[in-house]
Design a protein around this ligand. Structure first.
Ligand code: ME8
Length: 525
């Protein structure tokens, strides 16, 4: 039976234009989705936009348009970004869609119908007097706040809070503490990285307060079933997108039956608590299974500075792609920073990786080998001939690469997957320098054929494995090795689908441009 894999990005608030942080979360999911598809999984990859709540309503009011027209416009910007970055999501959800209203009201009803582990109702009506940060769409208690220079109260995230006093339904989160701790215990990899897991476990161990899950002072949201004076708290609405995407409330058949529980919710570190505490509690409250993993990635700064609209240093991902190239940006973002840590975007670091690792290491390797085949072997794959022990060791390393990359991807260590591939790139460059096939062309053409064959076969492995990270460049390399489109999956790695001697190859051309004098230079050497 085909294994399935369901992964999601956060759904993005439509109060602002997309920036590098949004692109980063989706990119990480995209690389993983592509990897899993190539590895034979039936993948569902969901992304979308978070369109309700006070923050979006306020942005719409500031823009002088009604919220629906506003969200239609801004949501489109996120779909355009997904196209510009060549994301391979299978579905794009908008929380203003009818299917989502149905799912949100259904989960509310399921939670409200259930009892907490302490035997009392999961949801009860009371009144909320307290602090609320519209920017975070989150409630804070007095002891979490600090006072800013202007005397205003500030949440730990830096967002301003305002005093809210209104009737509200509460979710009895306090009663779910032990069940959550048992769940974390039984599923040690539910939250990654480990440091983040420890933070969550310690937060929950400290005791949980009941959570206000409805608002009455504005209308932009999903009505609470049975009490239309209330709209659902935007996070309960937003988190539900992950099951709307697989057809909830239909649970016995269709996509929910196939894909839930999700294998991975990818999120930024700022929204971990919502995903790792509230969401599993809501799901357990509704009698549904929690997801298998939540991975919290770090945040990007720009040349060492926090990215913010007021500082005017927001990075537009589309501008970045225009400047350096899509595969280059994809590679940089996933390679530069151990996934999970914070990272800094610096022009020089981008150029160093683009010129050093892509153009010089990988691009040059492919160019040298393919040009030599073109010149010295009449453009045909050479005969492997007799292999030495060293040759076999070299090829064996290429065959073993998938195992290493797979292990890294299993724990979302994109940087380690890429490092394993680059260790092979460096080994191939050392091999070519050591064997000096340009000398063998005259001295020992048969040996030259063997060396070039092994190198071409290694490049086939490398190009198949770099597809999830750099789809375009990898496809162009595989074209140059005349690898048929249906022979590019990981099942085709290894000797059974090896390049065949005598096969004609197209004329080689460079696929990794350098960045010189302020712009992308001509591709190739
Ligand atoms: O949080 N570096 O949406 P959002 C890295 N609607 N990641 C960043 C970043 C940066 N500088 N800035 C933002 C929401 N992000 C909710 C999600 S899910 C049910 C609802 C990341 O548009 C941030 O960590 O504010 C988050 O994961 C994502 O962008 C979306 O943020």
């Amino acid at each position: 039976m085909t294994q399935r894999y369901y992964l999601t990005t956060p759904i993005y608030y439509v109060n602002d234009d997309p920036h590098i942080g949004h692109a980063y979360t989706t990119l990480a999911c995209d690389a993983l989705a592509r990897f899993k598809r190539l590895d034979g999984f039936d993948v569902k990859f969901l992304t979308g936009t978070d369109e309700h709540g006070q923050k979006v309503a306020k942005s719409a009011a500031d823009a002088g348009v009604d919220p629906k027209a506003f969200t239609d416009r801004v949501s489109q910007n996120f779909r355009d970004l997904a196209d510009a970055l060549n994301f391979s999501h299978d579905d794009f959800i908008r929380t203003t869609e009818d299917r989502h209203k149905t799912a949100s009201q259904a989960i509310w009803k399921a939670i409200a119908a259930g009892k907490s582990p302490k035997g009392n109702d999961n949801i009860y009506l009371a009144s909320y007097p307290g602090w609320y940060a519209v920017r975070d769409e989150a409630f804070y208690s007095e002891d979490e706040l600090t006072t800013g220079a202007d005397g205003k109260k500030i949440a730990p995230s830096g967002a301003e809070v305002e005093w809210v006093e209104e009737p509200s339904y509460f979710f009895r989160l306090s009663a779910w503490q032990d069940r959550l701790l048992e769940f974390y215990d039984a599923n040690p990899d539910f939250i990654l990285p480990k440091t983040r897991r420890n933070e969550v476990v310690s937060f929950v161990s400290g005791g949980l307060k009941d959570l206000s899950v409805s608002r009455t002072t504005f209308k932009w949201g999903v009505p609470v079933p049975g009490d239309e004076d209330h709209i659902m708290y935007v996070w309960l609405d937003a988190l539900t997108n992950y099951i709307t995407g697989v057809g909830f409330p239909e649970t016995d058949s269709g996509e929910y039956a196939t894909f839930w529980p999700a294998d991975l919710h990818m999120v930024g570190k700022d929204i971990l608590r919502f995903h790792a505490v509230y969401w599993p509690a809501f799901l357990m409250g509704a009698g549904l299974a929690p997801p298998r993993r939540v991975f919290a990635h770090g945040w990007w700064t720009n040349e060492g500075q926090k990215i913010s609209k007021s500082l005017g240093n927001v990075i537009d991902p589309v501008e970045l792609v225009d400047k350096y190239g899509l595969d280059q940006v994809r590679y940089f973002l996933l390679r530069e920073v151990p996934f999970g840590n914070d990272g800094d975007f610096a022009h020089q670091a981008m150029v160093n990786r683009m010129n050093g690792e892509l153009a010089n290491d990988y691009g040059n390797l492919a160019q040298r080998v393919l040009s030599m085949i073109n010149k010295n072997c009449q453009g045909k794959v050479s005969e492997p001939g007799n292999m030495t022990g060293d040759d076999e060791g070299f090829l064996g390393t290429a065959h073993g690469l998938i195992g290493q990359v797979r292990d890294a991807m299993e724990v979302q260590a994109f940087h380690e997957g890429l490092e394993a591939v680059w260790a092979m790139v460096r080994a191939a460059n050392a091999y070519i320098d050591g064997q000096a096939p340009w000398k063998l062309a005259k001295e020992d053409p048969a040996r030259m054929g063997t060396v070039l064959y092994l190198l071409a076969e290694t490049i086939r492995h490398l190009a198949i494995l770099t597809q999830p990270f750099m789809p375009d460049a990898s496809a162009r390399l595989l074209d140059q090795l005349a690898v048929p489109e249906d022979a590019r999956t990981f099942a085709c790695l290894g000797p059974d689908h090896a390049l065949k001697a005598g096969m004609e190859l197209p004329k080689p051309e460079g696929v990794f441009p350098r960045y010189e004098n302020g712009e992308k230079a001509e591709e190739g050497d």
